[in-house]
Design a protein around this ligand. Structure first.
Ligand code: PLP
Length: 429
């Protein structure tokens, strides 16, 4: 099957003439995989349609938020109802506390939450808060973890222990990242060394408890426990960036799955149900430092936007009353991941897969992926071939070897079978 691309090609050209790369977020571009990006015009359940009327099974799910599938009736209804009463006021609305209540109920350590409009804002604000609370300057992040595009978090994987942060983007002065330490994920001794070297100076450790942004990488047994123990001992805050994992792995995110209580949690993606929402929360003792109660400033004109709150609330309410979804997602994802691995094996293609619940990545390599250094060894050219083959056969995967794919509650056994068949076809061409 060859998909039609005429309309999408025209739309891409038009977009490129006005928008850098034709995209409003670089991960959407096809630079690393090749091929022509479809322009999406419609979605329903597990399916997407592009401007040339090609149909795809979607495993991006807007990079995580669409856990109920596209145009889920409850969510569409909630957004429509909210819009009829005006889309923004810049004053408090009841829905904000409704969403806060359900979010707080999911995370045992959380007493208060502040809503923002993106995951980037959430992590940036949580770091500011950790510094305000501890009165310390240094922060620790891990190589291959993505926490949005704030200057201090855009630090490229520095090699070696406690390497001072080297900016991973033009336009970020070195001075802005001089307090960012980028350490190897899943490496407890690297963290111990950093705390030794910067004793009493580290404000927080921020981590994706299950990494999604170097492809899916799970924490080694005992790793998250070690992060908890060490940060507590050293008087630093532990921030779980659950922008991707929150309400995705279980209702209570990775912290529920692994039984760890961080000091602060950052959220995004699913809590907005496909509209722009982020959030950060923790105990009142810390959260009360945020303005207007405390001296840490953070604000947003459209924060707590009524449409966004409505979409998030409808999504979380649905998940709360259908907890069986998580078991179903886990089973179906396991089946899909195993099916593709088997197809690769039959085709003689080297592949290893990582999966936690409905987050997964097929790495084109043999051996284990446990951190950025191992992930980086994957054959991105082989991934590109696979990606294009899948797209031509009606399956839309994230256009990068280093991004997690997602299953939604709208995906069916039949979707999974069709996807595995598409993989067999794309391996054999
Ligand atoms: C997506 C993501 C972010 C950034 O969220 P945006 O809404 O894109 O700003 C931060 N942290 C993690 C773990 C993410 O997956």
């Amino acid at each position: 099957m060859t998909r039609k691309v005429e309309q999408s090609r025209k739309l891409q050209k038009r977009a490129e003439s006005m928008i850098p790369g034709g995209v409003n977020s670089p991960v959407r571009a096809f630079g690393s995989v090749g091929g022509e990006p479809p322009f999406i015009v419609r979605g329903k359940g597990s399916r997407l349609w592009d401007a040339d009327d090609n149909e795809y099974i979607d495993y991006i799910g807007s990079w995580g938020p669409m856990i109920l599938g596209h145009a889920a009736p409850d969510v569409v209804e909630a957004i429509t109802a909210a819009a009829r009463n005006s889309s923004s006021f810049g004053a408090s609305t009841p829905a904000e506390a409704d969403l806060a209540e359900i979010v707080i109920s999911a995370f045992p350590h959380m007493e208060k939450v502040r809503f923002v409009s993106s995951g980037t804002e959430a992590t940036m604000s949580a770091i500011r808060l950790a510094r305000a609370y501890t009165k310390r300057k240094y922060i620790v992040k891990f190589e291959g973890c993505y926490h949005g595009h704030a200057d201090v978090l855009l630090v490229k994987a520095g090699s070696g222990v406690a390497t001072l942060g080297i900016p991973g983007s033009a336009g970020v002065p070195e001075e802005f990242t001089q307090f960012t330490l980028a350490l190897r994920f899943n490496d407890v001794s690297a963290l111990e060394d950093a705390f030794q070297k910067f004793q009493g100076k580290i404000a927080c450790v921020i981590v994706e408890p299950v990494v999604g942004n170097m492809g899916c990488v799970s924490p080694a047994p005992g790793y998250l426990e070690a992060l908890r123990t060490i940060t507590k001992r050293e008087g630093a805050l532990l921030i779980f960036d659950e922008v991707m994992t929150g309400f995705r792995l279980t209702f209570g995110g990775a912290q529920e799955l692994y039984g760890i209580r961080p000091d602060l949690t950052t959220m995004g993606k699913i809590i907005g149900g496909g509209l722009p929402v982020g959030g950060y929360g923790g105990p009142s003792e810390i959260m009360d430092l945020v303005a207007p109660l405390g001296p840490m400033y953070q604000a947003g004109t459209l924060s707590g936007n009524p449409l966004a709150m409505a979409a998030g609330l409808a999504t979380l309410r649905y998940l709360r009353s259908h907890r069986e979804i998580y078991k179903q997602l886990d089973t179906l994802s396991a089946k899909l991941v195993a099916g593709i691995l088997a197809a690769a094996k039959d085709a003689g293609v080297a592949m290893t897969a990582n999966r936690v619940g409905s987050m997964f990545t097929w790495f084109f390599m043999s051996g284990e992926v446990r951190d950025w250094d191992t992930a980086e060894k994957a054959d991105t050219k082989a991934f590109g071939n696979f990606f294009r083959g899948m797209l031509d056969n009606g399956v839309y995967l994230p256009p990068s070897q280093f991004e997690a794919a997602f299953m939604s509650a709208a995906h069916t056994e039949s979707d999974v079978e069709v996807t595995i068949a598409a993989a067999r076809k794309s391996f054999s061409r």
